[in-house]
Design a protein around this ligand. Structure first.
Ligand code: AMP
Length: 398
């Protein structure tokens, strides 16, 4: 059985690696001739909007899935006329738009921070009056890893952000023959700033028969808007919080008749969860599951979309996942640490690029803290998770 994957980055790479033992074959479509999956699978290099390439890509595939959430929905719909596309293009559409995502959470009774649509720059002040300051202004679409966001603490910052806002959306609306952008067309979303205690995420999976599985909540640490460290299961994990996250994930999965792995990111604030966003795919905060769970997120995604029974989502011990951003350490130094697992994605080094990750697994939180401390000096550099060990030790003491 050959599975088509839209996007050929590290998530696709790890999906294929998880799928080969199940006897699956893969074909990728990615616009970049450098997409890392080229090393391990057939890769078609073409734009997602290239219909001739999409047709060629679809030929003989059992199904199509994606590892990149900004695949144009029209491409997913075009493929869905030829071959099953899972998760559905409808799920993809919701997850591509921060406003639609938050409206779905709201409809399903999942708590979020207060938010308001901002149709264009002229609507910003009114939204600020409604939401109050401090607030976070985000583009509804295409923002990721903290890009396309403005933190607004004062009226001066509102004025400054307004001057910086792009105007493309208004132009796009005009092109479609409408004089004014409507709230459904909002280019931005304004959110009340959450002084959260920590960031948590959950990975959940739903199979073709409606069977679901949920991994334990993970604690995530970001620097410069990029995930640096995940601790799994999240330290000091309260059963009530875990249940709330599971409940939220199941509601989203069922409401979208979702098939595959879904990630939801939350803020923990005053002892409860506020949903921030979701990703309709395997997720960086789930990489620990390769060694740290009975079944990895990658394998479970493939089991789900191919209609196989789901595997257990239970954690094996305690894991820490560290992202290698822009630079990678000496492999031997990493692997000298007991139970350290190194994953390199085969990409050339470039600042800000996710080149690989390291997962440490241990039998107890204390042992994990001590293993983190044993990592080579590379990981103690300021730009790289410098406080990885300290964060975890501190969280154990708290
Ligand atoms: P996002 O792209 O929505 O995941 O946002 C990127 C990061 O910005 C998050 O991981 C948070 O650290 C921060 N952030 C986003 N929204 C808010 C908010 N409403 N309040 C406080 N921090 C936020």
């Amino acid at each position: 059985m050959t599975i088509g994957i839209l996007g050929g980055g590290q998530l696709g790479y790890m999906l294929a690696l998880a799928g080969y033992p199940l006897g699956l074959h893969f074909r990728f479509l990615d616009p970049s001739p450098e997409a890392p999956v080229g090393r391990i699978a057939t890769r078609i290099t073409a734009k997602f909007t290239d219909r001739i390439a999409l047709k060629k890509f679809a030929q003989g595939l059992a199904l199509v899935t994606y590892e990149f959430e900004n695949v144009p929905v029209e491409a997913a719909r075009f493929l869905a006329e030829r071959v099953p596309v899972l998760p559905s293009p409808a799920a993809l559409e919701v997850a591509q738009d921060r406003l639609k995502e938050k409206q779905l959470f709201q409809k399903l009774g999942i708590a979020t921070t207060e938010f308001a649509p901002v149709a264009d720059r002229s609507a910003l002040e009114a939204a600020v009056r409604q939401i109050g300051l401090p607030a976070v202004l985000k583009t509804c679409r295409l923002g990721y890893d903290g890009k396309g966001q403005w933190i607004l603490r004062s009226i001066e910052e509102v004025t400054r952000a307004k001057a910086e806002l792009p105007v493309e959306r208004a132009a796009a609306t005009k092109k479609r023959g409408r004089a004014q952008a409507s709230p459904e067309d909002a280019a931005f979303i304004l959110e009340r700033f959450v002084p959260f205690a920590r960031e948590l995420s959950i990975l959940a999976v739903r199979g073709r028969t409606g069977e679901t599985g949920v991994y334990p909540l993970v604690e995530n640490h970001h620097r410069g808007g990029i995930l640096r460290l995940s601790l799994a299961p999240a330290p000091r994990l309260d059963a009530v919080i875990q249940r709330a996250a599971e409940d939220a994930a199941k509601r989203v999965l069922d409401s979208l008749q979702y098939v595959g792995v879904l990630a939801i990111e939350f803020f923990e604030y005053e002892g409860r969860l506020l949903a921030n966003e979701m990703a309709p795919r395997v997720h960086n905060s789930g990489h620990w599951t390769i060694e740290g769970a009975v079944t990895s997120q990658f394998e479970n995604h493939l089991r789900a979309v191919t209609g196989l029974p789901l595997g257990s989502t239970s954690a094996i011990g305690y894991s820490a996942m560290l992202n290698l951003i822009g630079d990678a350490p000496d492999s031997a130094e990493v692997l000298a640490v007991r139970d350290a697992h190194l994953h390199l994605y085969g990409k050339t080094r470039r600042s800000g690029r996710k080149l690989g990750h390291v997962t440490l697994r241990a039998g107890s939180p204390e042992q994990l803290a001590s293993r983190l401390g044993e990592l080579p000096s590379f990981f103690h550099r300021p730009e790289f998770c410098l406080d990885a060990a300290l964060t975890y030790r501190a969280s154990l003491r708290a």
